[in-house]
Ligand binder design. Sequence first.
Ligand SMILES: Nc1ncnc2c1ncn2[C@@H]1O[C@H](COP(=O)(O)OP(=O)(O)OP(=O)(O)O)[C@@H](O)[C@H]1O
Ligand SMILES: [Mg+2]
Length: 336
Amino acid sequence: MGQDNKAIEVSGITKKFGSIVAVNNVSFDVIEDEIFGFLGPNGAGKTTLVRILTTLVKPTSGAARVAGYDVVKESDAVRHHIGVVPQAMTSDLDLTGYENMDIYGRFYSVAAKERKERIKYLLETVGLTARAHDLVATYSGGMRRRLEIARVLVHRPGILFLDEPTIGLDPQSRHVVWDFLRKLREEFTMTVFLTTHYMEEAETLSGRVAIIDSGKIIALGSPSELKSQIPGNDIVSLTADKLSENIIDTIKNQNYVHKIVIENTTIRVYVDNGAQHLPQLIDEIRLSGGKILSAAIHEQSLEDVFIHHTGKSIREEEVRKVSYLVGAGTPQKWGR
Ligand SMILES: Nc1ncnc2c1ncn2[C@@H]1O[C@H](COP(=O)(O)OP(=O)(O)OP(=O)(O)O)[C@@H](O)[C@H]1O
Ligand SMILES: [Mg+2]
């Protein structure tokens, strides 16, 4: 590996599709052995960047190195060092889980004895031993996703790319995949580059997160660093029957209120110590003639970081459905 401890170096990458700028002058480094999360809404440019870094698409301009190798000029060397789990599932439904893994291992010339040992171990790790010899067609979505992540590890890549690893999974399966990824990290040394539009996923798995919107990185840091950039430490969401100037001014004028964002009849109030100040805030609103229908306090999350920087929310469910239909995933078929 070349450059010190950088697993991935991205400098000024831009990708245009006609007039669409899918990735717009993006630069960042991923350090060896970290889990780096790439968080952004539908169409933000996540998959396009993954495809550039995994040598499937050439950038319009800029350069990137993966495992020390240039993704355009040394694409074979890059492929040799990476594992990729694309957004759309690619395992063969007409084969068993074991067979899918075995073919993958042969493809990467993993010797028979090692292949067998690794597959056994990996199937055990993902909890699929009992189903190893069943057709993948009989697996649930979560099982199939776990199989695909396990499969890519048969050739022990140093850098793993996961494009939306839990898209389309129910919350329970999602947690199973998260636990598995954490377990993997304890047992293997590897760098993970993961894209997601689930805040919780980025937050729970990643050491550092880049937030991307419309092809641009709008924030980068550890989840706690990112959250410390937003004013206050809690968000109070208030729903009012109607919002008058009076109510809004009253809220803004409280000295513990840092910022407010209004979405329809809901007001998001960025405050210090929400639990302490909420009763007072509601009293003040009542005095100014307003009526609060509901109030909720939550600690700041990456969703709030996204809203802070873009003024809009990622809207997880909507995004999930759309992405599931249009997910740009290309089966990884490359020779050696
Ligand atoms: N092959 C292509 N031809 C034309 N436009 C493309 C192509 N691939 C991607 N795009 C466009 O580039 C933009 C970024 O798409 P991309 O798939 O990278 O987003 P994403 O962040 O992965 O979104 P999702 O959450 O839906 O997976 C979108 O506007 C998309 O329509
Ligand atoms: Mg995508």
